[in-house]
Write a protein that binds this ligand. Structure first.
Ligand code: KG4
Ligand code: ZN
Length: 395
C-alpha cells in the first residue's frame, strides 16, 4: 500500500510517500519546502503569505516527492477539465501549475491521498485540502482527512514499531500551534487532559526571540544561543503553573517577564553576548522545567507505561536530553514501574508530511472516494471525528 500525504497547515509545504509492505512502514520520500525566509521579516507566520507560498510550492514539491520515491513517469496528455478548474477556483496559480504537471506525468501507483485538515491556519490548510481534492478527483484515488496534532504523536511510529509501544501513554504535543497533554489509551483512543491557556511553548520561544532580536523561528535561535551560555545569571524567570494541580500550561507570563527584564537593562547590556546567552539559557530552562514536571506528573498519576513527545519544540536537544535523564532517574525498576520515553528524530518533530502519511496508515479504513465532503476544521480537537467517516450517511 502506498500513501501520498500532503501537509500545508503552517509555513512548510510538504509531500511524502509512504510504503507499507506487510505493515512495515518505509518513507520513500518526505519533501519539505520551508517558507521561513518569507515570514522571517515579519517575525512570524503571515497566513495570507503562507497561502500564496503553498500555492506556488505544491506542484514542484509533488514532482520532487514522486521523483525521490522513483514514481515519476513521463506522459503527454492534454488536460482540459473544467471540474479540476472548479475545485481549484480559489487557487488560480496552483491550477495552472497542477495542470502542467498532469500533462507531463502519469498517474502514480498510489493507493490513497492523505491531507491535513486541522487544527491550524485556515487559509493555509485550504490550499492543501483543495490540492488533495483535485488529485483525488483526477486520479480517482480515495482521500483521508488527518488531524495535525495526532500526526505529531504518530511521527513516533515512523521509526518505532507500534506494537513495541505500551499503553496507556502520556503524549506531550509541543509546537507553535499547540501545547497540550494527551492521555492515549491505545490507537485512536485519546483524552486531552491539559492544554495551554494562552501562548504555546513554541510561541513563547518565538516571541522571546523576537524581543531579544534573534529572529524567526525563535526555538532554534534560542537553543543555539543557550548552548554558548557560560554561567552568569541575570534573572530567574518564572515557571508558570508548574506546581498547580491541573495539567494545563501558560506561557504568556514567561514572555512578558522576558520583556520586562529586557526593558530594564541598559542598551549596552541588551546587546551583550553574555546577557543574550544567559536569557536564552534561562528561557529554555524555564520551558523545559514546566514541560518535564507536568508531563511526568501526568505519567505518574495515570500510571503511564510510555511517555511520547511530538511537535516542533520536541526538536530541542536540551529538552530531549533532560527528559531522557529524568525518566531514567525517576523510573528505575524494580523500585518504580518502568516507563519508556519516545521522541521522533528531529526531522519528524517539525512539520512534515511523513507523519501525515503514517497517521493515514492507521486510519486507512476511513479512506473515502467522496472528496467533495472533505473540509478544513481550523479548531479540530484530537479524537474529534474528521468528516466523512465510516458509518455516516452517504450523500
Ligand atoms: O510543529 P511545528 O513545526 O509547527 C506547528 O505545528 O506549530 O513547530 C514550530 C515551532 C516553532 O515555534 C519553533 O520555534 C519551534 O517549533 N521549534 C523549536 C525548535 N525547533 C523548532 N523550539 C525549540 N527548540 C528547537 N530546536
Ligand atoms: Zn505542527
Amino acid at each position: 500500500m502506498k500513501i501520498l500525504a500532503i501537509e500545508t497547515s503552517c509555513d512548510e509545504t510538504s509531500i511524502a510517500i509512504l510504503d507499507t509492505k506487510n505493515s512495515r512502514l518505509e518513507v520513500l520520500s518526505n519533501v519539505i519546502a520551508s517558507q521561513v525566509k518569507i515570514h522571517q521579516k515579519w517575525g512570524g507566520v503571515v497566513p495570507t503569505l503562507a497561502k500564496r507560498e503553498h500555492q506556488k510550492n505544491l506542484a514542484p514539491v509533488l514532482t520532487k516527492a514522486l521523483k525521490e520515491a522513483g514514481m515519476l513517469k513521463k506522459s503527454k496528455v492534454a488536460v482540459k477539465n473544467s471540474k479540476l478548474k472548479e475545485i481549484l477556483i480559489r487557487e488560480e496559480c496552483l491550477y495552472e501549475k497542477l495542470k502542467k504537471f498532469l500533462e507531463q506525468y502519469q498517474k502514480p501507483k498510489i493507493d490513497s491521498i492523505a491531507v491535513t485538515v486541522g487544527p491550524a491556519l485556515e487559509p493555509a490548510l485550504w490550499v492543501g485540502v483543495n490540492f488533495a481534492k483535485a488529485l483525488s478527483f483526477f486520479w480517482q484515488k480515495p482521500i483521508l482527512s488527518i488531524n495535525h496534532v495526532e500526526a505529531h504523536i504518530f511521527a513516533n511510529f515512523i521509526q518505532n514499531q507500534i506494537s513495541d509501544i505500551k499503553f496507556p501513554a502520556i503524549c506531550l504535543v509541543v509546537s507553535g500551534g499547540h501545547t497540550g497533554l494527551i492521555l492515549m489509551k491505545g490507537i485512536r483512543r485519546y483524552r486531552e487532559i491539559g492544554e495551554t491557556r494562552d501562548d504555546t511553548a513554541g510561541e513563547c520561544f518565538d516571541k522571546a526571540a523576537r524581543i531579544l532580536g534573534l529572529g524567526y523561528p525563535g526555538g532554534p535561535a534560542i537553543a543555539k544561543e543557550a548552548q554558548k551560555y557560560i554561567g552568569v545569571t541575570y534573572v530567574k524567570l518564572p515557571r508558570p503553573m508548574i506546581y498547580q494541580k491541573n495539567y494545563d500550561f501558560s506561557f504568556s507570563g514567561l514572555k512578558t517577564a522576558v520583556l520586562y527584564d529586557f526593558r530594564s537593562r541598559s542598551s549596552k547590556i541588551r546587546k551583550s553576548k553574555e546577557y543574550i546567552r544567559a536569557m536564552c539559557a534561562e528561557i529554555q530552562q524555564a520551558i523545559i522545567d514546566v514541560l518535564i514536571h507536568k508531563t511526568l506528573k501526568a505519567a505518574k498519576n495515570f500510571k503511564a507505561k510510555s511517555v511520547i513527545l511530538g511537535g516542533g519544540v520536541a526538536a530541542n536537544n536540551e529538552l530531549k536530553k533532560q527528559f531522557q535523564e529524568k525518566v531514567k532517574k525517576d523510573y528505575n525498576p524494580p523500585a518504580t514501574p518502568y516507563i519508556k520515553f519516545y521522541i521522533p528524530d528531529s526531522k519528524y518533530c517539525t512539520d512534515n508530511a511523513a507523519m501525515i502519511a503514517v497517521t493515514a496508515y492507521f486510519h486507512r479504513e476511513e479512506a473515502t472516494s467522496r472528496w467533495q465532503k472533505i473540509k478544513v476544521n481550523a479548531n479540530l480537537k484530537i479524537g474529534d471525528e474528521v468528516y466523512p467517516l465510516r458509518g455516516l450517511p452517504s450523500s
